[in-house]
Write a protein that binds this ligand. Sequence first.
Ligand code: AP5
Ligand code: MG
Length: 214
Amino acid sequence: MNIILLGPPGAGKGTQARVLVEERGMVQLSTGDMLREAKDSGTEMGRVVADVMARGALVTDEIVIGLIREKLATVKANGFIFDGFPRTLAQADALGELLEAEGQTLDKVVEMRVDDTALVARITARSTCGMCGEVYNDETKPIPADGKCTNCGGTEFKRRADDNEDSLRTRLMEYYKQTSPLIGYYYAKDMLSRVDGLGTIDAVQAEIRTALDA
Ligand code: AP5
Ligand code: MG
């Protein structure tokens, strides 16, 4: 089964994708993570996208579609979770074509709904484990008192360059202008399920499970 987790910055896409990877052996394809890796490893593409990402603007369709094309051609999986992709109508069309070329289908799109005030609070309190990427939150999922990641025991935690109020405003604007039309796009294709992203991590997971197994 191939699915998209669709939602604004801070909706919990990454958090829920990690649970699905653990539970169902699916593979998470996060274009945000891929772009940050390119940035950290100092590649030419990483240099090109660093400023765009720090501002909270969208990287070009060409770059992100290229990243997904390469993954779909090289990674074999018992289902992909697209996290943060597609973000534009052009990306959505491209994903349909890429999957078809690989003899695969897109099965479900899960829209995670969270109101804007909660997003600001979530994003400004986020950190991630520098080793395994486990996602933490100062308020709702703090780093354990012993300073060790619950998943891998790592002791270094990172905050993202774009997790500040200014960049978040741009990210939200991009979401409403460019990505939210995908809700109608997938609704019309009869693929859309909506979940309330405001509940606890476990409650959201339960709703996603129900949507996927329906
Ligand atoms: P990307 O990395 O995809 O960022 P995003 O969409 O802004 O989403 P986030 O990763 O910030 O949020 P999330 O929904 O994953 O939430 P999380 O689980 O971490 O993209 C970054 C940038 O890359 C873009 O701005 C753009 O520049 C570029 N880019 C990427 N893809 C692109 C594309 N396709 N096209 C063009 N450009 C692209 O959770 C957030 C926090 O909330 C955490 O602290 C977590 O612990 C907490 N939390 C999660 N769930 C809950 C809950 N249920 N209750 C309480 N707290 C919770
Ligand atoms: Mg994420």
